[in-house]
Ligand binder design. Structure first.
Ligand SMILES: Nc1ncnc2c1ncn2[C@@H]1O[C@H](COP(=O)(O)OP(=O)(O)OP(=O)(O)O)[C@@H](O)[C@H]1O
Ligand SMILES: [Mg+2]
Length: 588
């Protein structure tokens, strides 16, 4: 039976509104009027299909908030240096161990349409700044939790949204005021090395290392944070001024100890599959000319079921010869360019391998595209799709050294001393695959932090210090405002405290006690600006003095995304689900 709803005085009957939620959360609405029935003298209009479930009003907003709280619950225990890790077995059976908020939410495949928003902000935080993905979800969740009370008391969602946006504007201004500008110290890293003293360079490097160290503090590899922070800083400093992330390759090699991991100043990739004849090729070449191809150098077998009728053995020989001539012509042209290293994205067969070996040329086929592109940019070569009419000068690149080397149980090809674009390859060593995967993700956070700090050289202190300061600031400001906004600004301030509170809870200390002490510290003097949680003792500490440094960008981005996500969820007062979307949705 079609269900009826009141709408603007007339009676409409739900019957055939087809509504589809896209993967990105957007939804397309197709309204089809189907038939009319007689109710109270007016012809009712069928809008929704029978199977469409529509929930509306404050109840729906609160239901969405509850779903978000479930997501927050999952991440709650992972925040901070004392946070726990999660082991997740995905639908494909792959096991992931991670502490990274964005990774956990990605692997969990959240399906609730509102809760997915939180997964999306974690993803965007990861792409934008790399770190702070857990914080952004916790903040959004807490903003919503605070809003829930107001909604239940009858405050209109629009009033809450307006106040939250206003609060965010205020803390953004305050954040700008308190951020510590370190551009002066970092300038030396890009200056002419002759005019900079070693001490100045080392001080700038140490500053970046501290920021990377804070990001690594909460990861599985926290005990090696100095070591990996050093690698992350060196990798980024090895790049050109554009700090292109694509020019850093991370290669995982099973086995060995974690501290065997190292940085190679150049491009490197795992040796590809090779045919007989490969052993005779040179494995170390000084200033080689390098040719990169997107071309198959292999004798082609006939297509299945191809039929060629020949009348004589000579005619058959001609066909075979034609094939060989084609490939020999290509090989001759390649060797004539003077290239000593030939890489191709496609296969290089046994004939070509032997041909190159006889002429002292190194070759590798089936090189992964990302690696080939990195080599192309680093050595200044252009990937060729044909060897005919090649402009040799433009096509070939060069570097100081090409070398094939053993790393653990694997062989690697390295190109070092590249002049065209600087690049770096990090070789990660470690026992298990899951450990290596998590190490790679953690390093990604650290590398992003270093890049961001170099681009936007302003820092704040972590450990909840910045959140406590902004919370205090909002509370003070709210006292001068009349009306409901006063309470809402204070609620926003309270939500900010979720970061120090969770850090403390995860470390096993009494959060209420520590927060009281921190509030008192921040209230008494502006000098206590950077007081946050000491997770060793459970007491307040000056996080700036103790080098818990973070780029202001992480925090600014997290506050902006969390506010936006919370406001979006508060503004959705109706969810429509068709039967099809229901099948995909586990959580309501
Ligand atoms: N030594 C430390 N003392 C106190 N707090 C610290 C320390 N090191 C890091 N923190 C704090 O830990 C928090 C970061 O924790 P964590 O790395 O688990 O989450 P995230 O950065 O928000 O998300 P993710 O790293 O998963 O993307 C930050 O608030 C940071 O200031
Ligand atoms: Mg982090």
């Amino acid at each position: 039976m079609p269900r009826s709803i009141r709408f603007g005085g007339a009676q409409y009957v739900r019957g055939c509104r087809a509504c589809a939620f896209g993967v990105d959360g957007s939804y397309a609405l197709v309204v089809r009027l189907a038939f009319m029935a007689q109710v109270s003298g007016y012809p009712p209009i069928i809008i929704l299909k029978d199977d469409v479930d529509a929930s509306q009003g404050i109840g729906q907003i609160i239901s969405n908030i509850n779903a978000c709280e479930q997501v927050v619950e999952v991440l709650h225990s992972t925040l901070g240096p004392r946070g726990m890790d999660k082991l997740i077995q995905g639908s494909d059976g792959k096991v992931t161990i991670s502490n990274d908020g964005a990774t956990i939410l990605r692997v969990l495949e959240v399906v609730h349409p509102a809760a997915r928003l939180l997964a999306d902000i974690a993803k965007s935080q990861d792409e934008e700044v790399g770190d702070g993905t857990t914080s952004v979800v916790l903040l959004a969740g807490e903003l919503l939790r605070q809003a829930k009370g107001f909604l239940e008391d009858g405050v209109h969602p629009r009033v809450i949204i307006y106040a939250y946006r206003e609060a965010h504007r205020m803390i953004s201004e305050r954040l700008k005021q308190i951020a510590v500008d370190v551009s002066g110290q970092l300038k030396v890293l890009r200056a002419d090395p002759e005019r900079v003293s070693t001490e100045e360079r080392e001080a700038a490097r140490a500053l970046l290392q501290r920021c990377a160290g804070t990001a690594l503090n909460s990861k599985l590899i926290a005990q090696y944070r100095e070591f990996f922070a050093g690698i992350a800083v060196d990798a980024v400093l090895a790049l050109d001024d554009d700090l292109d992330l694509d020019m850093i390759g991370v290669k995982k090699v099973n086995g060995g100890s974690v501290t065997d991991s190292c940085l190679v100043a150049g491009v490197g990739f795992k040796k590809t599959f090779s045919y007989a004849g490969f052993e005779q090729q040179p494995k170390k070449i000084h200033q080689p000319k390098i040719l990169l191809l997107n071309l198959e150098l292999e004798l082609k077998s006939e297509k299945e079921n191809a039929e060629v009728r020949v009348q004589s053995a000579a005619a058959y020989q001609q066909i075979v010869d034609a094939e060989w001539n084609i490939i020999y012509e290509k090989l001759e042209k390649i060797v004539a360019t003077g290239a000593r290293v030939v890489l191709s994205r496609l296969a290089i067969g046994d004939l070509a391998t032997q041909y190159f070996a006889d002429r002292g040329v190194f070759c590798a086929g089936r090189v992964p595209d990302a690696d080939l592109q990195r080599v192309a940019r680093a050595v200044g070569a252009r990937v060729q799709t044909t060897v005919h009419d090649m402009r040799v000068e433009e096509a070939l690149g060069t570097c100081e050294w090409f070398e094939e080397r053993q790393v653990g149980a694997e062989r690697f090809n390295f190109f070092t001393g590249c002049k065209e674009a600087r690049s770096a390859t990090i070789l990660l060593r470690g026992g298990s695959e899951q450990f290596l995967d998590e190490t790679e993700r953690s390093l990604h956070d650290a590398i992003m932090i270093v890049r961001r700090t170099l681009k936007y050289p302003e820092l704040v202190a972590g450990g909840g210090a910045v959140e406590m300061e902004l919370s205090k600031f909002l509370r003070e400001r709210s006292r001068h405002i009349q009306g409901k906004a006063q309470l809402l600004l204070a609620a926003y301030g309270k939500a900010l405290e979720t970061i120090p509170r969770t850090l403390c809870e995860n470390a096993g200390f009494d959060a209420t006690d520590l927060l009281n002490k921190l509030r008192a510290k921040h209230a008494t003097s502006d000098e206590n600006l950077w007081f946050g949680a000491n997770l060793e003792t459970g007491e307040p500490q000056d996080c700036w003095q103790n080098y818990v440094w973070e780029p202001v960008l992480i925090r600014a981005n997290a506050f902006a995304s969390a506010t936006e996500a919370a406001c979006t969820i508060l503004s959705i007062d109706e969810t429509l689900k068709t039967e099809t979307s229901d099948k995909n949705d586990a959580i309501r």
